[in-house]
Design a protein around this ligand. Structure first.
Ligand code: ADP
Ligand code: MG
Length: 232
């Protein structure tokens, strides 16, 4: 599902004469198989979010290759990447990133509007998805009227509405209390088991890492292998 081959990345900052180069990732290699839940741990500033943005095609690595679902995306331009992302990758963030002026149902519907789905099918899919994340009683609530756990479930529903095979999550439980976190982790496990969705989860949190089939660790820009067996 995800293949990362010899990926290195450095950020360049400042003007030419005074350019500073910040090396972040060094020769990273790993593979995530379809249907796996893989967690990525590492200290703050170790390059986890950068790696997630590279997997999602938001940042081009300084060198190396990224393939998603067997397709090499490293050389693609932004237009082609945006289409690919919409079909293949759902994102979940620590701070939910819902649109505050839209209701739960409207937030979930947005990717369907972007890909040109008809109104009738949109309504049906949004209703199904609200049921899947157990928010059928809250379609007309705005994000500010929902708890953190409910907002994160809206964010998951939005990430899933186009049936992507892969979900990338950056500290998805970072803003949740422990009960809500347990519910979210149960939902992730259900979606993984029932729908075969692959999850790549960045986390600081041992509870999250514990639901993973495999745990990767990044340190000093290099990938360590913390737990589990690396598939070849
Ligand atoms: P993590 O998610 O593990 O906390 P990040 O990938 O966000 O780490 O950041 C890794 C390093 O890269 C940090 O030193 C950070 O300051 C730097 N960095 C992140 N984004 C940028 C950017 N857009 N420009 C320059 N440096 C950045
Ligand atoms: Mg980060």
């Amino acid at each position: 599902m995800i293949t990362i081959k010899d990926v290195s990345h450095r950020y360049t900052m400042g003007k030419k004469a005074k350019e500073t180069v910040v090396p972040v990732l060094s020769h990273i290699n790993f593979h995530v198989q379809k249907g796996e839940i893989v967690s990525l741990v590492g200290k703050s500033g170790s390059g986890k979010s950068t790696l997630l943005h590279i997997i999602g095609g938001f940042i081009k690595p300084s060198s190396g290759e990224v393939a998603i679902n067997g397709t090499e995306i490293t050389s693609w331009d932004e237009g082609r990447l945006a289409d690919f992302r919409l079909q293949h990758i759902g994102y979940i963030f620590q701070n939910f990133q819902l649109i505050p002026s839209m209701t739960a149902a409207q937030n979930i519907e947005l990717p369907l509007i972007l890909n040109g789905t008809s109104k009738q099918i949109r309504n049906q899919k949004v209703a199904d998805m609200l049921r899947q994340v157990e928010l059928e009683a809250y379609p007309h609530h705005y994000p500010s009227e929902l708890s953190g756990g409910q907002q994160q479930r809206v964010a998951i529903a939005r990430a899933l509405i186009l049936d992507p095979p892969l979900i990338l999550a950056d500290e998805p439980t970072g803003s949740l209390d422990s009960d809500t976190e347990a519910e979210l982790l149960a939902l992730i496990q259900k979606l993984n088991k029932q729908n075969g969705i692959t999850f790549f989860l960045i986390t600081h949190d041992q509870e999250v890492a514990a639901i993973a089939d495999r745990q990767l660790e990044i340190k000093d820009g290099q990938m360590l292998q913390a737990k589990g067996v690396m598939p070849v």
